[in-house]
Design a protein around this ligand. Structure first.
Ligand code: NAD
Ligand code: IPM
Ligand code: MN
Length: 360
C-alpha cells in the first residue's frame, strides 16, 4: 500500500484547532477510498515557536520539509505576539518562495445550502477558480525603509515581475481554462496606472494567448474585477492575477461564496520539484481562536485538493462530496454560516458523510 508522508504545520490561532480536524477527515477519506495511507509529522512552528527560539521555524526548516510528499498548513500570524511581517515572511511566504510554489489555486464555489450575501445568487451560479501568482510581485521582499526619524523618511516596496515568472503562471491558467467546459480566462491588470510591471504582464498574457486560440480571453482592470466578483461572479470561469491582486480578489471570492471559512487553496509547484502546500485562504482568526467555533470546511477542502494533487482522486472527491452533503443538509453548520455547531461537530458530520458516501 502506498504511504504519503505529510508535513503538518498547524501554525497559530484557529490553525492549531483546524489542522487535527482536517487530518481526521483526510484519514476517513483514505480509509474509505483504500489503497493508500497518510503518515503525518507535525511541526509546531509559528508564533509560539518564535517566542521560544527567536525564529518562526528552524534554519534548516526548508530542508526538513523537502522530503515530504506535501505540506498541510493551518494558518499563521498572531500580531499580539509577533509582528505580522516577521511571522509571515518567516514562515508562510518563506515556504511559498523557497519551494517555488508559483501557482496558488483558489476555487470560489457557492455550495448547496450556503447563502451568498449577494442578492439573487444561488448555488451553481458561482463556480470559478483564481490562479494567483505566488512567488513574486509585491511579495518578493524587495525594497526598504530609509532615513528613519528624518523629514525625508521613506519606504519602498518594489514589485518584481519576471518574464519567466509571469509566463509560467499565465500558461498554467490557460491550461486550466482549456480543461474546463467554458474555456474562459480573464486576467486582472492595472496597466492604466502601473506602467512598467502591468504593461509587461499584459504583453506576456497576449503572447501566451496566441498558443490557446480555443480559450476566450478578457483583460479586466483589477478595480473593475473587484466589482465584477460582486456584480457578475457567474461570468467568471478562470481568473489569473498577480500576487497581491490575487490575494485581495480571493478574499472577495470567499465572501461572495458565504464565508472565508469555506475557501480552500493549494500553493503548487506544478513541476513537482518541491512539496506543494495546501491551506485555507483564511488566517489565524484571533477573534474566534480558542472558542471551538471555527469552520473546518476550508481546511478539509484544502485536504481534498492535496489528495487530488497526490493523485488520490477518489479520496479527494469523497471529501468534496461530503462537504456538499453537509452544507446541503444545513443542520450542522458553524456560526459563520448561521449555525450553532462547533468545529468538532462539523468535522464529525464530514467524517460520517465520507463513510456513508463510500458505502453508497
Ligand atoms: P482572518 O482570515 O484570520 O479572519 C478574517 C475574519 O474571518 C475574522 O472575522 C475571522 O473570524 C473570520 N474567519 C476566518 N476563518 C474562519 C473560519 N475558518 N471560520 C469562521 N470564521 C473565520 O484574517 P485577519 O483577521 O485579517 O488575520 C488574522 C491573522 O492571520 C493575521 O496575523 C494575518 O496576517 C494572518 N493571516 C494568515 C493567513 C495564512 O496563514 N494563510 C491568511 C490570512 C491572514
Ligand atoms: C493569504 C494571506 C497571506 C498572503 C498573508 C498572511 C501573507 O493573506 O494566504 O491569502 O497575503 O498571501
Ligand atoms: Mn489573503
Amino acid at each position: 500500500m502506498k504511504t504519503y508522508r505529510i508535513a503538518v504545520i498547524p501554525g497559530d490561532g484557529i490553525g492549531k484547532e483546524l489542522a487535527p480536524e482536517g487530518m481526521r477527515v483526510l484519514d476517513a477519506a483514505a480509509r474509505a477510498a483504500g489503497g493508500f495511507s497518510l503518515e503525518y509529522e507535525i511541526f509546531p512552528w509559528g508564533c509560539d515557536y518564535y517566542v521560544q527560539h527567536g525564529m518562526m521555524m528552524p534554519e534548516d526548516g526548508l530542508k526538513t520539509l523537502s522530503t515530504f510528499a506535501a505540506i498541510y498548513f493551518g494558518a499563521v500570524g498572531y500580531p499580539e505576539l509577533v509582528p505580522d511581517d516577521v511571522s509571515l515572511h518567516g514562515l508562510l511566504i518563506k515556504l511559498r518562495l523557497g519551494f517555488d510554489q508559483y501557482v496558488c489555486l483558489r476555487p470560489s464555489t457557492l455550495l448547496p445550502g450556503v447563502k451568498s450575501p449577494l442578492r439573487g445568487v444561488k448555488p451553481g451560479d458561482i463556480d470559478f477558480v483564481t490562479v494567483r501568482e505566488n512567488t513574486e510581485g509585491e511579495y518578493a521582499g524587495a525594497g526598504g525603509r530609509m532615513h528613519p526619524g528624518q523629514p525625508s523618511e521613506l519606504a519602498i516596496e518594489t514589485a518584481v515581475f519576471t518574464r519567466a515568472g509571469c509566463e509560467r503562471v499565465i500558461r498554467y491558467a490557460f491550461e486550466l481554462a482549456r480543461s474546463r467546459p467554458r474555456r474562459m480566462l480573464a486576467h486582472a491588470t492595472k496597466s492604466n496606472a502601473q506602467k512598467h510591471t502591468l504593461t509587461f504582464w499584459d504583453q506576456i498574457f497576449d503572447e501566451v494567448a496566441r498558443d490557446y486560440p480555443d480559450v476566450k480571453t478578457e483583460r479586466v482592470l483589477v478595480d473593475a474585477m473587484a466589482a465584477r466578483f460582486v456584480l457578475k461572479p457567474g461570468s467568471l470561469d478562470v481568473v489569473v492575477a498577480s500576487n497581491l491582486f490575487g490575494d485581495i480578489l480571493t478574499d472577495i471570492g470567499g465572501a461572495i461564496t458565504g464565508s472565508l471559512g469555506l475557501s480552500a487553496s493549494g500553493n503548487i509547484d506544478p513541476e513537482r520539484r518541491y512539496p506543494s502546500m495546501f491551506e485555507p485562504v483564511h488566517g489565524s482568526a484571533p477573534d474566534i481562536a480558542g472558542k471551538g467555533i471555527a469552520n473546518p470546511i476550508a481546511m478539509a477542502w484544502s485536504g481534498a485538493m492535496m489528495l487530488d494533487f497526490l493523485g488520490e482522486k477518489r479520496a479527494g472527491a469523497l471529501i468534496e462530496a461530503a462537504i456538499r452533503a453537509v452544507t446541503a443538509e444545513g443542520t450542522t453548520l458553524t456560526p459563520d454560516l448561521g449555525g450553532t455547531a462547533t468545529t468538532t461537530q462539523v468535522t464529525d458530520a464530514l467524517v460520517a458523510k465520507v463513510n456513508g458516501l463510500a458505502k453508497a
